[in-house]
Every structure is written in C-alpha cells, then in structure tokens.
Design a protein around this ligand. Structure first.
Ligand code: DGL
Length: 275
C-alpha cells in the first residue's frame, strides 16, 4: 500500500563484494530520486566458488541486515546469490519485493537475439545450477544455451587488469573449451557482476555481430516498473542518497569499487558492518 512513509524508504542492494556496483550504477541512473543502501559482503567474497549451503546462508544474512534498515525493495545484485538463493530470499523477505539479476539478464539476451545461440559466462556456482539456461529457455524455448565458468575473470576485474594481452589470453583459454561452437554464437551474456569491466576484452574475442549483454540496465528497468506498479516510487523529486556498507576492507572497497561505480570513492564513503 502506498503511504508517504514507505515510498520514501530506501532500496537495498547487495552483492558478494564490489561487483554489484555495476548494478547500483544502473539503478542510480534509472531511479535518480531513490535512496539506495548497498552492502558488499567483501569479507566472504567470492561466493562463486562456495557451496550452495554457504552461499544461501551468506545471502540471507546480508539481506537480513538490509531488512533491519527498513528498505522497500531488495535488489540481489549478485548473479551467484540470485542463482542459488532467490527463492530463499523471497521467502525470508516476504512481503517485501525481491529482484534478482538472472531473470533480467536472460530477458536482455532473448530480446537482443530471439531464438539465438547464447553463451553465458559466469561463476562456477551459477553455471552449476544452470540458472541462466533455465531462465532463457523459459522465455524462449527455441534458444540454445552454453554456460562457461570463468572464475579467473573475477580476479582480473578486481585487479584492474581489464585490457591488454593478459585478459585476452585468459579469455581465449576459457573459450578453447567451446571448440568450433564458438563461431556459431549469437550472444554472450555477462552473467557475473565483474564481467562488465571486461566487456571490451570479451567483445574482442568474438565476431563483431555477436551481441554482448549484461543484466545491469534491465534489472534497473525491472526495479523502476516494480516500484511504479506497487505504488512505491519516491516522487519527492529529491536527489537520491547513497549509503555504502562493507563487511571488510573499506579502503579496498573504495579503490576497486570506484572502477565499478564509475566514480571515485574514498574509504570514508564506506561503513564497515558485521553480519
Ligand atoms: N558477484 C558474483 C556474481 O555476480 C561474482 C563474485 C563472486 O564470486 O562472489 O556472480
């Protein structure tokens, strides 16, 4: 129900670390009047190599902290947490709406290449669960989907090594496992929060007519539409505020996070929290 109070509550966003700041950036652009609280669980990054039980526990703890801060919508800006724990998070947060990034990413790929041959680049956990495959084939049964776990690309993005011969060689090494299928692809889905930073290097590994899609802007559009539909949009017209929380390493969060957010951050912009 729409009340002056709940329209003014912030949107909570969480990720395993700073990668979800790519989604936060898209949310800020799409929803400039909304207040945002972002939590990066940097103490426990990466989620992508952990077991489903640990990922689910971490994700539910991160969501609980945001729930305690009184939010009106939760955006799970982590592909791995979405793939593993979206249902558990929805059950925990009910009746609060929860949006994950996998569905919007799948929609973006299907819209770009209907009936297409898609390649999903993601973490081990996301690939193991086939989350993108299921989401894409539900939307477009004619589509075909290959999934490839590319854990090293997370480290490359965190290190800022996003261009030049090192990422090119590592991407090439991963793609070797596709064999001749690589030449048949129509779209590549950046199914991990870190991979938009490597977009140039990833695009360069494919033919020019291959679409490279990520879920950030589609997730922001889904969030905007959901707030409108539920009567929760902040119509005060003020500039939305931003609170950044991390479970470890505020200096590193600021340094690396600035690349993902496209904005210089300092350690003082980030508050340390414990889950
Ligand atoms: N945020 C994760 C994702 O989008 C990548 C980093 C991690 O493994 O925690 O899948």
């Amino acid at each position: 129900m729409k009340t002056a109070n709940n329209t003014r509550l912030p949107i909570g966003v969480f990720d395993s670390g700073v990668g979800g700041l790519t989604v936060l950036k898209a949310l800020r652009e799409e929803l400039p009047h909304e207040d945002l609280i972002y939590l990066g669980d940097t103490a426990r990054l990466p989620y992508g190599t952990k077991s489903p039980a640990s990922i689910s526990r971490y994700a539910c703890q991160a969501a609980r902290l945001l729930q305690q801060r009184d939010i009106k919508l939760l955006v799970v800006a982590c592909n791995t947490a979405t793939a593993v724990a979206l249902d558990a998070l929805r059950a925990q947060m009910h009746p609060l709406p929860v949006i994950g990034v996998v569905g919007p990413g799948a929609s973006a790929a299907v819209a770009a290449r209907p009936g297409g041959r898609h390649l999903v680049l993601a973490t081990e956990a996301t690939v193991r669960l086939g989350a993108y495959r299921r989401a894409i084939q539900e939307l477009d049964p004619a589509a075909s989907v290959r999934e490839l776990a590319c854990e090293l690309l997370v480290s490359l993005a965190e290190e800022g090594w996003t261009n030049g011969p090192i990422p090119a060689a590592i991407i090439d090494r991963y793609l070797q496992s596709l064999g001749a299928d690589a030449a048949e692809l129509n779209s590549v889905i950046l199914g991990c929060t870190h991979f938009p930073l490597l977009r140039g290097a990833i695009s360069a590994a494919f033919a020019a007519d291959v679409s490279v899609v990520d879920s950030a802007s589609t997730t922001a559009t889904v969030a905007r539409d959901m707030l409108q539909t539920m009567g929760l949009a902040n119509e005060s017209g003020h500039n939305g505020s931003l609170v950044l929380l991390a479970t470890d390493g505020t200096s590193r969060f600021a340094r690396v996070g600035g690349w993902f957010l496209g904005k210089k951050l300092s350690a003082e912009d980030v508050t340390l929290v414990d889950l």
